[in-house]
Design a protein around this ligand. Structure first.
Ligand code: DQA
Length: 144
């Protein structure tokens, strides 16, 4: 089974970006963690990042037929109807993840367009949020 791990804007800067909030791990470190966990769970991992909203819509569409999506849409979480519609359209169980605990931060981060169409949400555990997202997909009966 294939699981797509999709990353939105500014996550390419992990490691140097506001390390007090996002930590010292780079996106390559997060990818390595996901690939290791994927191997444990028997998933082939497709790991992608883009800074552009339309490309993220394309990535979600390209995950059609996958076992699951782990999605850190970053700032687009709080702004994008297009991403929400893409998640609804593909019908692939999607776990919304965030490195930081968005509910402990600014009010504008408490609103997510994605949460209502996500299978579930994990935030606040740093790179481990992604690992927990993969485990959440593994825990679901196939295509629920
Ligand atoms: C984030 C939280 C978002 O509010 C923020 O815009 C990000 C990263 C996180 O992983 O904690 O870019 O999704």
């Amino acid at each position: 089974d294939t699981v797509h791990v999709l990353n939105g804007p500014n996550l390419n800067l992990l490691g140097t970006r506001e390390p007090g909030i996002y930590g010292a791990a780079t996106l390559a470190d997060v990818e390595a963690l996901c690939r290791a966990e994927g191997a444990q769970l028997g998933f082939d991992i497709v790991f992608r990042q883009t800074n552009s909203e339309g490309a993220l819509v394309d990535f979600i569409q390209e995950a059609r037929g996958a076992r699951g999506i782990v999605l850190n849409a970053a700032a687009y979480t709080h702004t994008s109807v297009a991403l929400r519609d893409a998640v609804s359209a593909v019908g692939v169980p999607t776990i919304e993840v965030h490195l930081s605990n968005v509910f402990a931060r600014e009010a504008f981060r408490h609103q997510s367009f994605l949460s209502p169409v996500a299978r579930g949400v994990i935030c606040g555990f740093g790179p481990q949020s992604y690992v927990l997202g993969l485990r959440a997909i593994a825990s679901l009966p196939p295509s629920s």
